[in-house]
Design a protein around this ligand. Sequence first.
Ligand SMILES: Cc1cc2nc3c(=O)[nH]c(=O)nc-3n(C[C@H](O)[C@H](O)[C@H](O)COP(=O)(O)OP(=O)(O)OC[C@H]3O[C@@H](n4cnc5c(N)ncnc54)[C@H](O)[C@@H]3O)c2cc1C
Length: 384
Amino acid sequence: MREAELLEIRTAVAQLCASYPGKYWRELDRERRYPTEFVRALTAAGYLSCLIPEEYGGSGLGLTAAAAILEEVQASGANGAACHAQMYIMGTLLRHGNPAQKRQYLPQIARGDARLQAFGVTEPTAGTDTSSITTTAVRRGEAYVVNGQKVWTSRAEHSDLMLLLARTTPRDQVAKKTDGMSVFLVEMRAALGRGLTIRPIRTMINHATTEVFFDNLEVPAANLIGAEGRGFRYILDGMNAERILIGAECIGDARWFIGKATGYAAERRVFGRPIGQNQGVQFPIARAYMAMRAAALMVERAATLYEAGQPCGAEANMAKQLGAEASWQAADMCLQTHGGFGFAEEYDIERKFRETRLYQIAPISTNLVLSYIAEHVLGLPRSY
Ligand SMILES: Cc1cc2nc3c(=O)[nH]c(=O)nc-3n(C[C@H](O)[C@H](O)[C@H](O)COP(=O)(O)OP(=O)(O)OC[C@H]3O[C@@H](n4cnc5c(N)ncnc54)[C@H](O)[C@@H]3O)c2cc1C
């Protein structure tokens, strides 16, 4: 995509976000309320369906554009976590869904009539070891019967569709432990009260996250994505997109923290001069800026490879990790630059500080990225 087009998208997203200032996010955060108005506005402007091909009503843009959109959302001080999943879950449906599934669901999503925002992978006992999931889907006639539990299924209460990973063959009956898992598109509205129960989890951030229980939930066999037993591979495809997009969001967060800190350092006078005149205050800002710019290059590179259909596992992981490190460095610096005022809600720093901390842990924790690089890129022995 041409630089000028990307810049146009960035400017338009920033303009939309300007209608949702810190006050809006602060109030939602206090009440742990979902940003319905903001998500509607992003949907109406077509940003959340930017990856859907034009033939299905989307704008058919690539991951670079999606990354730019989410970066600008975060850079405005907003929190795109309320709706970012639609962009990365989409990868699995676009790449592995059959034409009938695409015809049925993509136009609804593109119109904003249905939200694909819930991603049911993590389970309480399996944790990061996805192949140990115990939620099962057993074929019975024209349906699969799902039993089990997921945790941290974010946005489940605000989504119409869930992409669900479940075991269709027990782990001890497959050659590879990652075989025997399948992906389903679950229509959540119809399932609620008929085998699907959602319970919100209150967390340190406003993330609308939940635990989800399946009790003999029937999912039509037509909603199986791709071939039975190959779901882990399909999910992995989506995960590279997810890591790149989260990396981009972290760049946006870092930009917001750096902008705030720079503004405050230039303005706040102590000992008769701006605090930003002291190199002890300047240098951490400059370091955070360099870390952000370096991470942004990795995000760009990973997105370019992804769009070209080339292998990008290492770059996607590095983009997520470097982005998350840059945003956390910037968050810590910004709080320090503001002194005591950084703790006051009205500055939004403590909120963004809590929000950006998530990306050290989700969607993949830092240790797991490091072991990916050590083992898959550097060839060191596998630790698990
Ligand atoms: C707010 C929030 C929203 C989320 N949203 C979703 C969602 O929408 N959908 C979804 O499916 N999941 C979601 N998650 C789950 C998230 O992806 C997991 O929390 C994350 O992958 C880590 O898994 P875990 O919490 O089970 O940690 P664990 O796997 O229990 O790990 C705990 C700690 O041990 C470390 N560790 C574990 N194994 C190793 C090892 N072999 N080597 C070194 N260190 C190790 C980890 O790095 C981590 O620091 C969300 C989580 C949160 C907190």
